[in-house]
Write a protein that binds this ligand. Structure first.
Ligand code: PEP
Length: 253
């Protein structure tokens, strides 16, 4: 069985003081859970704080974006090697809040994914459809295209030691989660798509669900066969809510 992974996406929230409180609460609440992996993806300026506070705990940390080039004259960008300098493990890529607001193409996201992997980071690739696309019955086609941006150029092995997060755009930050069956169907589809290129990579791949996961719906989502954890936005800013989601992950047998 794949070990569950719960990732907090703090987006553009936090301050040194607020983070300290949340980190302290996470450390205390999650320390007893030994059958789930945890991570907090923070804004870049707080990577050092995450490194100092979370080193030696069972909580990894990471970023929410990375530059697609390894080094150079790219004002405002942050290189994968810089994230490694702060011992980051994960980097979220292709989140719809970025791909929509900053017009990121699939090609660009694929380049970042490869750069991150080459630097020894674990990319968390976000895929998902809009409400309009779902209503038109196009959700699988849309997600297939997002995966194909990597599969066609890199093959299936690129997903070894990586993470995919299915994030229906209509469910992010809206309070309207996908149902467990809707999520499971898409997760199964993602795994099968990757298995078409590399069955081993697909089988070991952790596919997270993200989109309004909360303490009430977490158990029903996380128990589904192909849901290997969650990417948590709003509820990761509340230590009690986040703990409940993590406990729901730990309770799945
Ligand atoms: C996210 O940011 O990836 C996310 C899923 O947010 P929320 O949990 O708030 O919907």
């Amino acid at each position: 069985m794949r070990r569950k992974l719960v990732v907090a996406n703090w987006k553009m929230h936090g301050s040194i003081a607020q983070n300290q409180q949340l980190f302290d609460a996470f450390k205390q609440k999650l320390a007893p859970i030994d059958n789930v992996d945890f991570a907090v993806c923070v804004p870049y300026p707080y990577l050092f704080q995450a490194q100092v506070v979370l080193s030696g705990t069972n909580i990894a940390w990471g970023a929410q974006n990375v530059g697609k080039y390894p080094v150079g004259a790219y004002t405002g960008e942050v290189a994968a090697s810089m994230l490694k300098d702060f011992d980051a493990t994960y980097v979220i890529l292709g989140h719809s809040e970025r791909s929509t607001a900053y017009c990121e193409s699939g090609e660009n996201i694929a380049a970042k994914f490869v750069t991150a992997k080459n630097a020894g980071l674990t990319p968390v690739l976000c895929v998902g459809e809009t409400l309009q696309e779902r209503e038109a019955g196009m959700e699988q086609q849309v997600v297939a295209e997002q995966l194909d941006a990597l599969l066609l150029s890199q093959g299936g092995a690129v997903f070894e030691h990586a993470v995919v997060s299915y994030e229906p755009i209509w469910a992010i930050g809206t309070g309207l989660s996908a149902t467990p069956d809707q999520a499971q169907a898409m997760h199964e589809f993602i795994r099968a798509r990757i298995a078409g290129y590399d069955a081993d990579a697909a089988n070991s791949l952790r596919i997270l669900y993200g989109g309004s996961v909360n303490p009430v719906n977490a158990s029903q989502l996380l128990v589904m066969q192909d849901i290997d954890g969650g990417l948590i936005g709003r509820c990761s800013l509340d230590a009690n809510d986040f703990e409940k989601i993590c406990l729901a992950a730990a309770a799945v047998r």
